[in-house]
Structure formats: structure tokens, C-alpha cells
Ligand binder design. Structure first.
Ligand SMILES: Nc1ncnc2c1ncn2[C@@H]1O[C@H](COP(=O)(O)OP(=O)(O)OP(=O)(O)O)[C@@H](O)[C@H]1O
Length: 302
């Protein structure tokens, strides 16, 4: 069942169309990613879904609610991540959780959230004294105070170091495991590939592709490269005779084979049949970065 349906969304700022025409739907239980270059309109689009901005055109339904008409009800079912400057630096962690729980009709006991999200020891700490990772954990906990059906995370891991980012990915998986559908705005290809069931790739206010990460990757040129050091020498024709193989080159003891389709299976099978072991085997295949570049013409931010 689609929990979120967005059809032909349009949002203009003075002198600028931020979202020209965006449509997507998010199924219950999914982690759905919104991916795109800087300024593509990702944040504007999700803010229209959250009811933080008023759309100029199109339709949005979030569990049957229209953000333009049913905002109070929508706030009860959607958990929105804290923006960085939203809390006073001196506010204590428990105070923030208690404050947020007053916003909801049926909040969880925020003391449980402290334990669940590893913040119990920081309950009396000021928000401003928390590390980036701790602030993100609090941000997630605050988004979950109201027992939402949907959580929206916008660039949740952008300011984090790679270790804290990976820790946050586990937390996002944990949110989904609690039957919360996740709408995730991200710049990071690895994050999108690891976490998202499906992705809408947005560019210049329009959806240029909507698919699973693997589906997006399969749209780019499928050339694959296999590198290995064979245990014994062999004639090039052993591999060039395979329809999947385009070329074979050699450098010292290393062999590089390029090909398409099931080339990896074809090459490894032939080698095995001829009792050749492919040592130091490396594969290079298209990645989500390649798909992003091919579909948007720009490089993803790192
Ligand atoms: N309040 C605003 N007033 C005017 N223009 C705005 C406003 N907010 C965003 N924009 C512009 O609208 C466009 C889309 O912005 P938006 O923040 O939605 O993009 P984004 O894809 O989330 O970008 P980023 O990844 O850089 O955060 C940008 O050109 C931006 O400069």
C-alpha cells in the first residue's frame, strides 16, 4: 500500500522554480531515497510532503491526508528530523525529549527513547555539548517521540565522519525495523545504495529516474572489467572466443578482460574448466555513482 503519493508536485520561489514536476509514491515499510545534485529541489519536495512548505501545484497524499488541508493530523503520523539550529545549545537532552512529547496526542515514554537510542548517559547534557553522532541520535529519537508511521530524514549524515555515518545507517535500519516507513534525502551514493529499497533521482526539479539502486545501475553502460593473475599461462583465444568478452590485455602477469552481460561467470567457468586459478581477482562494475553521472550529467557530492 502506498503511504505517500506525490503527483506532479510544483513549487516556485520568487524568480525560481525549485520543483517543476515531481511524482513518486512510497510503499509501506520502504526506505525510499530522494537523490540528486545540489539545488535539485529535494529538500523543497520533501518539505511540501511534510507540510513545512505550501505547494503551488500537484497533489500530495500522506496516508490519505493532504498537507495543505490536514496539517495538524499529518504532524501526528509523520516524524521529522530536527534541523541543526532548531534547539537551543543549552537545552538538555531530556528537556528536548519532554518538550517534543508535548506535541503529540499519544507519545512514547521519552525515557525509553533515551535508552533505546544510547542517550541515557547524556540525559542531563546540553544539546550543544553533544558530538555529531549523539546529536543525530537525538534527532532520530525526537522524530520518533510521536510514534510516527513515517519518518523523514534530510541529509541526516552529511556532517558526520565516515564512522558515525555508518553507525547512523544502522539506526535508520532500526527505525525501519520498527515498522516506520522512511523517506530519506541524501547526497551519498553509498548511503543510497546500502539503505534504500527504491530511489527517485531528481534533477532541476524533475524526476529523471525512479528505480531500485540495482535497477538504476543497470541503466548505465554495462561494461565490466575483470583483472586477475592466472596460475598458468593461456592463449588469449581461450577467452576472446567467448561472446561475452570484448577484449583482453596483459600487463606483466596481470590479465585484464572487458566484457558485458554474464562475462564474469563465462570467464571464471572457462578458466576453471582449464584448471586455471584466477589469483588476485578484481571486478569493476558500474556503480550508483556511474548511474548518477550518466543520468544527471553531474558528479555526486562526496
Ligand atoms: N526559501 C527559498 N527561497 C528561494 N529559493 C530557494 C529557497 N529554498 C531553496 N531555494 C532554491 O530552490 C532550489 C532547490 O533547493 P532545494 O534546497 O530544494 O534543493 P536540494 O536538492 O535539497 O539541494 P541541496 O542538496 O543543495 O540541499 C535551489 O536553487 C535553491 O537555491
Amino acid at each position: 500500500m502506498a503511504l505517500i503519493e506525490v503527483k506532479n508536485l510544483r513549487k516556485e520561489y520568487p524568480q525560481h522554480v525549485a520543483v517543476a514536476d515531481v511524482s513518486f509514491s512510497v510503499e509501506e515499510g520502504e526506505i525510499f531515497g530522494i537523490l540528486g545534485p545540489n539545488g535539485a529541489g529535494k529538500t523543497t519536495a520533501v518539505e511540501c510532503v511534510e507540510g513545512m512548505r505550501k505547494r503551488d501545484g500537484g497533489d500530495i497524499s500522506v496516508m490519505g491526508l493532504d498537507p495543505l488541508k490536514d496539517l495538524a493530523e499529518l504532524r501526528q503520523v509523520i516524524g521529522i528530523q530536527l534541523q541543526q539550529s532548531e534547539l537551543p545549545a543549552k537545552m538538555k537532552v531530556w528537556e528536548a525529549l519532554e518538550l517534543y512529547s508535548t506535541f503529540y496526542r499519544d507519545p512514547v515514554d521519552w525515557r525509553e527513547l533515551l535508552h533505546e537510542w544510547g542517550l541515557a548517559e547524556k540525559a542531563d547534557a546540553a544539546y550543544g555539548s553533544l558530538s555529531g553522532g549523539q546529536q543525530q541520535r537525538l534527532s532520530i529519537a525526537l522524530a520518533l517521540v510521536g510514534k510516527p508511521k513515517i519518518a523523514v530524514f534530510d541529509e541526516l549524515t552529511t556532517a558526520l565522519d565516515p564512522h558515525a555515518r555508518r553507525e547512523t545507517w544502522k539506526l535508520i535500519e532500526k527505525v525501519r525495523a520498527q515498522d516506520v516507513t522512511v523517506l530519506l534525502v541524501t547526497h551519498f551514493m553509498e548511503e543510497a545504495e546500502r539503505l534504500c529499497d527504491r530511489l527517485a533521482l531528481i534533477e532541476s526539479g524533475r524526476v529523471v529516474a525512479l528505480d531500485t539502486p540495482a535497477g538504476l545501475i543497470s541503466r548505465v553502460d554495462e561494461k565490466q572489467i575483470i583483472r586477475f593473475k592466472p596460475s598458468v599461462d593461456f592463449e588469449d583465444s581461450l577467452l576472446t572466443s567467448l561472446p561475452e568478452v570484448d577484449s583482453i590485455t596483459r600487463s606483466h602477469s596481470q590479465v585484464t578482460v572487458t566484457g558485458k552481460g554474464n562475462v564474469v561467470y563465462a570467464v571464471i567457468s572457462v578458466l576453471a574448466r582449464n584448471h586455471i586459478v584466477a589469483g588476485e581477482l578484481r571486478l569493476e562494475q558500474a556503480s550508483l555513482d556511474d548511474a548518477f553521472v550518466a543520468l544527471t550529467g553531474t558528479h555526486p557530492a562526496t
